[in-house]
Design a protein around this ligand. Structure first.
Ligand SMILES: Cc1cc2nc3c(=O)[nH]c(=O)nc-3n(C[C@H](O)[C@H](O)[C@H](O)COP(=O)(O)OP(=O)(O)OC[C@H]3O[C@@H](n4cnc5c(N)ncnc54)[C@H](O)[C@@H]3O)c2cc1C
Length: 404
C-alpha cells in the first residue's frame, strides 16, 4: 500500500493546514494542549465547532445531501492529521459521528429535519445513555424502564459513565420497553431532551485528577418520571438493539486514532531527547531506542489499518466489525505511548498526577513537556474500557471474523 500523498493531496493538505492555522482560536488550542484528553470545555468546543461549520468542514463524513464535504477517504485522513497537528480538541463524536448516522438511516423525516441541521451548525450537543450499573459489557441487561402512557413514555432508572451529560442538550438513550422474550427484543432507542424535568446529573471524578465541577468528563444520570414524547423514539418500539449496534460500529471505528497517536509519539520522541539518564539523553540508550522502534512499528500498523479501513468504506456505510480492530489496537497502542512517557519522565511525572489543571499557575518541574504526562497516562486507562472493552472487541472479532 502506498502511503505517500500525491500532488493533489499535498495541495489539499496545505489548504487545510493554512486554514486551520489561520482560524483555530489560540485559546482553544491552548486549552486542548493542556487538557488530559484533548477534550475541552463546552464553550471552547462550540467556539471551534461553529468555525468549522461555517467553513463547511464540521461534518466531512456525512453524505453530501446532509452537508458532507464529499472528500475522499485520504482527504478525510489528511484533515484529521492536520486537526491533530494543530492541537484541535476532539470534536463531539456523540453528535457528529454517532447519533447522526443512526438518524440518517433509521430516523423519521421529522427527526432528520429537527436534529441534523442543529448538529451540523454546532448548535446542539449530545451524550450517550447506554451503560448502567451492572450493564456495561452486558448491555442487553439494561433496566432503565420506559412505560408508555398515551403519546408519552415515562422513563425511570439510572445511566452511568455518561460522558458530558453535564453539558449535553440531548441524550440518545436505550430504555427497556418490554420484558417479554429475548432481552435484546425489549429495548427502544429514545432521544431525550436533557432539560426535561426529572433528570438529575451527578459528576464522577476520574483518577486523572480532573476534579473541578465543569472540567470533569463523566457522570451518573438519574431519571424520575421523565416524560418523553413518543415521536422522539427512533424507529420501532423494541427494535432499539439494532440501532444501538449500528451506532456502536461508528463509535468504535470512527475515532481517527492514528493522527492523534502520531502526535503523542512525537511528544514521546521529544521527551526521549530532553530527559536524561545518568547524564545522557534517553535517546542515546540502545535499549530505549529499541523500545521506541518497536512501539513505532505498532503505531505504523494502526495507521495502516485505519487507512485501509477508511478506504474500504464509502461515505455513509456502516464500518462493520473491522471497527473493532481499529478501536482495540488504536487504544492499546495509545496506552503504550503514555506508559513509555511516564517511564521517560520518572519522578518528574509524580507532582502532576492530581494537581495541575490546564489553567493552573503551578510551575512545572523537570522541564517542558513533562507536566501532562501522568494525567494523560491516567486518563488513557479509560480508552480500552469505553465503547466496549478490549476483551469484548476480541470476542466480537473471534465470532464475526474467525467464526469461533
Ligand atoms: C471514562 C469512561 C467514559 C464512558 N463514557 C460512556 C458514555 O458516554 N456513555 C455510555 O453509555 N457508557 C460510557 N462508558 C461505559 C463503558 O461503555 C463501560 O464501562 C464498558 O462497556 C464496560 O462496562 P462495565 O464498566 O460495566 O464493565 P464490565 O462489563 O463489568 O466489565 C468488567 C471487566 O470484565 C471484562 N468482561 C466483561 N464481559 C466479558 C466477556 N464477555 N468476555 C471477556 N471479558 C469480559 C471487561 O473487559 C472488563 O475488563 C464509559 C466508561 C468510561 C470508563
Amino acid at each position: 500500500m502506498n502511503l505517500a500523498f500525491n500532488a493533489e493531496e499535498l495541495v489539499f493538505q496545505k489548504e487545510v493546514r493554512d486554514w486551520i492555522t489561520a482560524n483555530m482560536p489560540p485559546e482553544v488550542a491552548e486549552e486542548s494542549r493542556r487538557s488530559r484528553s484533548s477534550h475541552v470545555s463546552k464553550e471552547r468546543l462550540l467556539q471551534w465547532q461553529k468555525k468549522l461549520s461555517q467553513k463547511g468542514w464540521l461534518v466531512p463524513n456525512w453524505p453530501k445531501e446532509y452537508g458532507g464535504t464529499g472528500w475522499s477517504s485520504t482527504q478525510k485522513f489528511i484533515f484529521e492529521m492536520e486537526m491533530a497537528r494543530a492541537d484541535s480538541p476532539y470534536l463531539s463524536s456523540f453528535s457528529l459521528k454517532m447519533v447522526a448516522p443512526v438518524l440518517m438511516k433509521y430516523g423519521s423525516e421529522a427527526q432528520k429535519k429537527r436534529f441534523l441541521p442543529k448538529i451540523a451548525a454546532a448548535e446542539e450537543l449530545w451524550c450517550q445513555g447506554y451503560s448502567e450499573p451492572g450493564s456495561g459489557s452486558d448491555l442487553a441487561s439494561l433496566r432503565t424502564r420506559a412505560e408508555r402512557q398515551g403519546d408519552q413514555y415515562i422513563v425511570n432508572g439510572q445511566k452511568i459513565w455518561t460522558t458530558n451529560a453535564h453539558w449535553a442538550d440531548w441524550m440518545f438513550c436505550l430504555v427497556r420497553t418490554s420484558n417479554e422474550g429475548k432481552r435484546q427484543e425489549g429495548i427502544s432507542f429514545l432521544l431525550i431532551d436533557m432539560k426535561t424535568p426529572g433528570i438529575k446529573v451527578d459528576p464522577i471524578y476520574l483518577v486523572d485528577g480532573t476534579r473541578t465541577p465543569m472540567r470533569h468528563e463523566v457522570n451518573q444520570v438519574f431519571f424520575t418520571d421523565v416524560r418523553v414524547p413518543v415521536e422522539n423514539r427512533v424507529g420501532e418500539e423494541n427494535k432499539g438493539w439494532t440501532y444501538a449496534k449500528y451506532l456502536l460500529e461508528f463509535e468504535r471505528g470512527g475515532q481517527a486514532h492514528g493522527p492523534r497517536l502520531r502526535k503523542a509519539f512525537r511528544h514521546l520522541q521529544t521527551l526521549s531527547k530532553t530527559q536524561l539518564n545518568e547524564g545522557e539523553p534517553l535517546s542515546a540508550s540502545p535499549h530505549w531506542r529499541e523500545r521506541m522502534a518497536a512501539l513505532e512499528m505498532e503505531l505504523d500498523a494502526v495507521e495502516m489499518n485505519e487507512l485501509m479501513f477508511y478506504s474500504s468504506l464509502k461515505t455513509g456505510d456502516a464500518p462493520g466489525s473491522m471497527a473493532s480492530i481499529v478501536k482495540m489496537r488504536g487504544t492499546e497502542v495509545g496506552q503504550k505511548i503514555t506508559e513509555l512517557a511516564v517511564e521517560a519522565v520518572g519522578w518528574y511525572g509524580a507532582p502532576f498526577t492530581e494537581l495541575r489543571n490546564y489553567d493552573s499557575n503551578i510551575v512545572p518541574v523537570g522541564g517542558e513537556y513533562v507536566d501532562d504526562v501522568s494525567p494523560r497516562y491516567f486518563n488513557q486507562r479509560k480508552t480500552t474500557i469505553y465503547g466496549g472493552s478490549s476483551e469484548v472487541q476480541r470476542n466480537v472479532l473471534a465470532k464475526a471474523m474467525l467464526g469461533l
